[in-house]
Ligand binder design. Structure first.
Ligand code: UDP
Length: 195
């Protein structure tokens, strides 16, 4: 990995194309992996939230969801190449993986949003395999059922849209239980997909 630190957060200096290649590589590598797409607000929040900082520092790939982070790397020896937003990354992965056997699970958003997002993305990307969806509002009891559902379906890629930094911490805490190869925190992306 070619890394540049922005306020101690290790960002991968990759283009969108390279980020997609990296995800495909992680899909073929043993174990579970996770990807974070912090914007400047989250980088700032990590300065005072130790748990968030350690999660970001342990991620398998960190890409900048915001041009401000790219600018902040301007005077580093390794510069960030471009903005790689979570939403754009999901669209590129759908386009790239729709014609393969790779599967997705959408977790997050208000009731109905992930379902509508899945419907629209399957229409936009023929062949896209979304094996499960669940909204992002749950209590402890329901959380166990969600984890069990994801585990049972074992998606290639789990998209988690619980808002930052909740989603990053949730992925980190539960990754080993989920059976997804790659988990990605995607913020409000399901709202955008659902239109
Ligand atoms: N959300 C959720 N569960 C929660 C809190 C938030 O599923 O307990 C969802 C919310 O419905 C929205 C997303 O998380 O879809 C947060 O979007 P926002 O754009 O505020 O987050 P960001 O992209 O800034 O992380």
């Amino acid at each position: 990995r070619k890394i540049t630190q922005v306020l101690n957060v290790p960002f991968d200096a990759v283009t969108m194309k390279e980020a997609v290649v990296m995800v495909k590589l992680l899909l073929e590598t043993g174990g579970q992996h996770f990807i974070c797409t912090p914007n400047p607000e989250i980088v700032m929040e990590a300065q005072k939230d130790k748990e968030l900082m350690s999660v970001l520092r342990e991620a398998d790939m960190v890409v900048p969801d915001g041009i401000g982070v790219v600018w902040a790397s301007k005077y580093s020896s390794i510069r960030l190449k471009e903005r790689v937003a979570g939403y754009d990354l999901t669209q590129n992965l759908f386009a790239e993986l729709a014609k393969t056997e790779k599967t997705f699970y959408f977790f997050g958003g208000a009731p109905g949003v992930a379902t509508e997002a899945a419907r629209r993305m399957q229409r936009k990307y023929p062949g896209l395999k979304i094996v499960g969806v669940h909204n992002g509002y749950f209590d402890a009891k329901e959380e166990k059922l969600i984890i069990r559902d994801i585990k049972k379906l074992s998606p290639s890629i789990l998209l988690v849209g619980l808002g930052a930094p909740k989603q990053e911490k949730w992925i980190y805490d539960n990754m080993r239980l989920l059976g997804a190869k790659v988990s990605i925190g995607v913020g409000g992306s399901f709202d955008v997909m659902a239109g």
